[in-house]
Structure formats: structure tokens, C-alpha cells
Write a protein that binds this ligand. Structure first.
Ligand SMILES: [Zn+2]
Length: 137
């Protein structure tokens, strides 16, 4: 479907009609003003549409650039998500209350518990907040 300009053969009023390209030349369009037959009027806009193929070039281009923009935002968000995963305390994928628990479980399982040490230190550092320190002191 495409938008075409039709010009009245009598009063020269121009109206837009949405038609299939194949219907364009045979379409019987009546002037909305005087009711006389209107004929397809060639315009540069029409020309552009014919050779772009789908009839709605500006809309299609806008949608494409919108989609492209949105995809870029989405993939950037995804990259952020991947770059900063919020690692929950776990041992072998099993959730634990804290990294100390995870380390204890690793230790019991005879696994290398050393890898949990930095996580525990981070966990402890994160929990020590100014407010807590006041109460402690
Ligand atoms: Zn007319």
C-alpha cells in the first residue's frame, strides 16, 4: 500500500488515497469536493515511494533508526548487567547466607576455601557502616 495524490479533473482539488500500486492507474477516485473523477497525479513524493518499494519510506526509515537505537541501548544495558553481576553468596551454586558460610561449606567439602576470603573481606567491609560504628563505639 502507498499514498498517492489524486487530482480532480474538474476543480483540480488534490486528495490523498491509500492504494496498492497495482490499483493506482485503474482506481476510480471521485473528488471529495465536487464528485467528479480524480486522476493520479505524479509527484516527487510518489516517485520516491515507488522506487523505495514499500510505500512508507520515511516511516520505515524512522522505525529502523528507532529500532537500531533501542537495540544499542538494550545491548549496552545487557553489557552492564554482564559486567557487574551481583554475585550472591553461594557454594557450588548453592545459596548461602553469607560468604563466610560458603567458605565453611567449601572447607567441609575439602575444596579450596581460600578463594572465598576476598569475598568475605568485601562482605565485612560493606557491612561496616558509620552508623554501626557509632553504636559499637
Ligand atoms: Zn473536484
Amino acid at each position: 500500500m502507498a499514498k498517492f495524490d489524486f487530482k480532480c479533473t474538474s476543480c483540480e482539488y488534490v486528495q490523498e488515497e491509500i492504494l496498492k500500486i497495482s490499483e493506482r492507474d485503474s482506481a476510480k477516485i471521485a473528488c471529495t469536493k465536487c464528485g467528479k473523477p480524480s486522476k493520479y497525479k505524479f509527484t516527487p513524493t510518489n516517485f520516491y515511494m515507488h522506487f523505495r518499494g514499500d510505500g512508507w519510506p520515511s516511516k520505515t526509515i524512522r522505525e529502523k533508526s528507532y529500532r537500531k537505537q533501542r537495540n544499542e541501548v538494550m545491548s549496552r544495558r545487557q553489557a552492564d548487567h554482564v559486567a557487574k553481576p551481583e554475585l550472591q553468596p553461594n557454594f557450588n551454586g548453592m545459596k548461602t547466607g553469607s560468604w563466610s558460610d560458603a567458605q565453611a561449606m567449601a572447607h567441609d567439602a575439602g575444596k579450596n576455601a581460600e578463594t572465598y576470603t576476598p569475598l568475605i573481606q568485601k562482605e565485612r567491609a560493606g557491612k561496616v557502616k558509620p552508623k554501626t560504628m557509632k553504636k559499637v563505639g
